[in-house]
Design a protein around this ligand. Structure first.
Ligand SMILES: Nc1ncnc2c1ncn2[C@@H]1O[C@H](COP(=O)(O)OP(=O)(O)OP(=O)(O)O)[C@@H](O)[C@H]1O
Ligand SMILES: [Mg+2]
Length: 397
C-alpha cells in the first residue's frame, strides 16, 4: 500500500473545506473577472449568489487572496442569524487596525506600537450607513467580503445594508463590498431597494459545468500522481450534478481505493465502490432528510418520485417543473406515468411533514420545484443506484 499516495490524495481533494488558492480553483473564469472588474471600479459593489454548495465561498476566498494590483486591505466576515447592522460593522471594523503613530510627533518605536487602534473605536453607537460612508471615505482601497448574507434574520439589517451600498456608491468611496449568499438574498436586497440596483453587480454562480468538474478531477489526480479512466471521470461528473463537494468526495474515495491496491489508475469500478462510501459518509442531517421525505406506512411511491426529481434536469438555480419529472419517473417505474399520478407527491414534498425536502415557487400549473438542500440531490441519486431503482447508465444519459 502506497502511504504517500494516500496522503497526497487527502490534500489533493477537499470535499468539505472551501478552496483558497487560485491554482486549486477549477473554472469560474467569468465570475472571477466580473468580481475583479467591480473591485477596480469606484462606487461599484457586487453580490455573488447561487445555490448552497456551488462554490461561492471558494471564489470569494480566492479573490481575497489575489493581488489586485494596488495595495488593498481585505476583510472577510461571516454572518449568522444573530447578525445585526451594528454587530456586522463592529466585526468588520475590529478586523482593521490603523496606525495612529503617523499623526503623532516622532517618538520611540514602543510608543508608536501602542498607538495602533482598531477601526472599531472610530464608530459611534448606534452606527448609521452614513457613519460607514464617512469613516471609509477617509481610508485607502478596501475589499470587504460579507459571506452568508442569507443567514441574517433581522430585516432592518438588509435595508440598512442597501442604504450603505447607496451611500458608498454616491460618494465614490474606494471601498468595495462583496456580498455572498444564496439567491433569495439577492431578491430581498434588490426588490425592496431598487435604488441599489445600479451600484450592485449581480454575479450568478451556477452549478459547475461538466468541464469544470472534470478539471477538479484532473487537477486532483495529477497532484496525487494518478490518472482516472474516461469512464470513471464521466461517472463522477454525472453523479455530482454540478456540485463540487461530491466531485471531491467521490474522486478522493475512488482514488484511495485504487491506491490501497497499489494502482495509479482509477477505474469505473473504484467509483462504484466510492458511492457506498459516500453514502455512508453522508451527514446525519442528509440521511434523516431523506428518510423523513420518503417514509410512508401505506403507499410507497415516495422514494421513486423523489429519485425522479433528483434526475430531472434543473435550471441554473436548481429549479425543475412537474413535466421534467415525468420521463425519469416513467423510466424508474418502467411504465408511463403522467403528472396527475405524482402531483400529490410533489405537493407533499413541499409540506413540513416531509421536511420539506422541496421548495415550490410560481403559480398553480406553473409551479417550479427545487431541493431545499441541493446536496441531497446527488445523495438521492446514489441511493437509488445502490437500491437498484436505477442503473448507473440511467444517469449518464
Ligand atoms: N471552483 C472550484 N474548484 C474546485 N473545487 C471547488 C470549487 N468551488 C468549490 N469547490 C469545492 O466545493 C465545495 C463547496 O464549496 P464552497 O464551500 O465554496 O461552496 P459554497 O457555495 O460557499 O457553499 P455554502 O452555500 O454551503 O456556503 C468545497 O469542498 C470546495 O473545495
Ligand atoms: Mg459558503
Amino acid at each position: 500500500m502506497d502511504q504517500s499516495r494516500l496522503l497526497s490524495l487527502s490534500t489533493a481533494f477537499s470535499p468539505s473545506a472551501p478552496i483558497d488558492q487560485r491554482s486549486l480553483l477549477a473554472g469560474r473564469v467569468s465570475q472571477l473577472l466580473d468580481v475583479l472588474n467591480v473591485v477596480g471600479q469606484k462606487g461599484q459593489h457586487a453580490i455573488l449568489f447561487g445555490e448552497r454548495g456551488v462554490g461561492k465561498t471558494s471564489l470569494a476566498r480566492v479573490i481575497s487572496r489575489l493581488s489586485i494590483g494596488q495595495p488593498v486591505t481585505v476583510v472577510s466576515v461571516n454572518c449568522d442569524p444573530s447578525t445585526t447592522f451594528e454587530s456586522l460593522w463592529r466585526k468588520i471594523t475590529k478586523e482593521i487596525s490603523i496606525n495612529l503613530a503617523q499623526r503623532q510627533a516622532p517618538g520611540f518605536l514602543s510608543e508608536a506600537r501602542a498607538q495602533s487602534a482598531s477601526l472599531d473605536e472610530f464608530l459611534p453607537s448606534p452606527i448609521s450607513p452614513d457613519d460607514i460612508r464617512h469613516l471609509f471615505g477617509r481610508l485607502g482601497k478596501m475589499l470587504i467580503v460579507i459571506d452568508e448574507m442569507d443567514r441574517i434574520k433581522d430585516k432592518s439589517t438588509t435595508s440598512l445594508m442597501a442604504d450603505t451600498i447607496k451611500a458608498l456608491s454616491d460618494h465614490a468611496v474606494d471601498t468595495t463590498l462583496l456580498l455572498v449568499g444564496v439567491a433569495d438574498s439577492v431578491d430581498t436586497l434588490i426588490s425592496e431597494h431598487q435604488s441599489v440596483e445600479r451600484a450592485l453587480m449581480q454575479i450568478q454562480m451556477p452549478r459547475m459545468s461538466p468541464n469544470e468538474l472534470e478539471e477538479i478531477i484532473n487537477n486532483g489526480f495529477q497532484e496525487a500522481k494518478m490518472t482516472a479512466t474516461g469512464d470513471a471521470r464521466k461517472k463522477i461528473v454525472s453523479l455530482s450534478q454540478g456540485l463540487p463537494h461530491y466531485t471531491h468526495l467521490l474522486s478522493q474515495t475512488a482514488g484511495q481505493r485504487a491506491a490501497m491496491t497499489d494502482r495509479t489508475e482509477v477505474t469505473a469500478q473504484d467509483v462504484r465502490t466510492a458511492i457506498d462510501a459516500a453514502l455512508a459518509k453522508a451527514q446525519q442531517s442528509t440521511i434523516s432528510a431523506y428518510h423523513s421525505a420518503t417514509s410512508s406506512s401505506r403507499e410507497n411511491l415516495y422514494p421513486q418520485v423523489l429519485l425522479a426529481c433528483a434526475m430531472a434536469k434543473p435550471d441554473n438555480l436548481g429549479y425543475f417543473a412537474s413535466i421534467d419529472v415525468r420521463r425519469p419517473l416513467s423510466r424508474i417505474m418502467k411504465k408511463a406515468y403522467d403528472i396527475p399520478a405524482f402531483a400529490q407527491h410533489l405537493k407533499a414534498f413541499c409540506d413540513p411533514t416531509r421536511g420539506p425536502v422541496l421548495q415550490r415557487t410560481g403559480s398553480a400549473r406553473r409551479y417550479r420545484f427545487r431541493f431545499v438542500n441541493p446536496l441531497l440531490q446527488p445523495y438521492v441519486l446514489m441511493n437509488g443506484i445502490r437500491k437498484g431503482l436505477i442503473k448507473e447508465t440511467d444517469i449518464l444519459a
